[in-house]
Ligand binder design. Sequence first.
Ligand SMILES: [Zn+2]
Length: 450
Amino acid sequence: MKSAKIKILKFIGIFFVAALILLLVAYGILSSGRDANQNSNERVVVFVLDAGDWRIINKMVSEGRLKNLNYLIENGVSGKLQSVYPLFTPPNMASMFTGKLPSKHGIKSHFDYSREDTKNQLYRNMKAKPLWEILRNKNITLDLVGFQEFDYAPRIDGTIVTGFYIIKKVSAYNSYFSDINGEMKFLKYIPDFLLVSKSNGGILQDYSFLENSEAIMKKSNISLNFDTEITHRMIPFVIEKLKNTEKSKKGNAEFSKLISGIETVFHSGISTKFQFELDMMSKEIALDLYKSHKSNIMFVYFAGTDIFAHNYYFNGWHMEDKKNEQRQVYEYYQIIDGYIGEFLMAADENTAFFVVSDHGAQNMTMAQYLYIAPHIPPHTKYGIFIAQGKQIKKGAKIENASITDITPTLLYIYNQPMAEDFDGKVLMDIFKDGYNQGKKTNYIETYELV
Ligand SMILES: [Zn+2]
């Protein structure tokens, strides 16, 4: 279900992007990027695994299957990461990047539905300052790769490669939307410069690695299409909800076309391959940025962990895995573990790694999901937190970590003041004692007015 919602969010967002092109051109605010001089050589890479869940990771680690995550756990600090309500992705991403609760940042769902229009809840609409704005002009560079909550890439001190850019390139490379669905052709007319912003050099442009995706999937025994009992119960539900929303609107022809488009993609027979390639491209672009531009902080987002869980994690739906399909979610975690391993191989001693999730995988029955009104997200409130690096304790556990703690903790690493209006806290317990002794934490009232 979340998988469907993510796709819908993506497709609907494209229309907002098209509108923005006109606005940006009209107001001539397309300024050039600038270089930032970093004031620290400490680096942190944050892997954000959508719906990353200890139930899955612990089982696989015990079977010796996640060697890179296991390395980070054994050589770092790990524990549960408490999410904020509602347990959707966008509110939790906003809390991760602002250190604040949804009551302050205002992002509470994927969309706001009104009679006239479908308004999306994107970072643009946040009422609190995100990390990339807090760090502006501080000479601490930050990259963001693959996040879907952007409808365009704002200028920051670092690089933003939006989820829309990744969707556009994967689609273009495969001719997905021209072959499958002519209505999606307009994707290719959205200029890249609206979807990527960079202040420190270009991003990877050779996407020929996508040619290997099918072979990798076959080798891992991952099918090219989401096609389980779960898929067949979720997708018609999602499509019907969308069609009902559309009916309540005043003749929005584009939205109608979009729903047919989404339906066609669901029935295309390659829905898994599409998702697989999105994460694969995010990884390749992020790894190239990590190696070539050396920003201080990098967040890399992977959606596949959530989408595979929704389609294959029968335990989470309290369903019987009659056809041995649950193994595919484990296979996918192993793919992501391999991606993390590629960064570990490329890393120097100044890099710390965080692995976090916005919430856990689903933990309710399909009946609860489909029939309880009002509709509630199926995810659990506990995500994952792992940190490893030279300043981080080795082999320790942490309790009471929250998604709102990520931004304060990163600011602490870079000697930036805490804001009194943060709901999150610095995760002091993850650091070695000597590291904390050398630090003095200053407080400011808020970052909102600065
Ligand atoms: Zn999520």
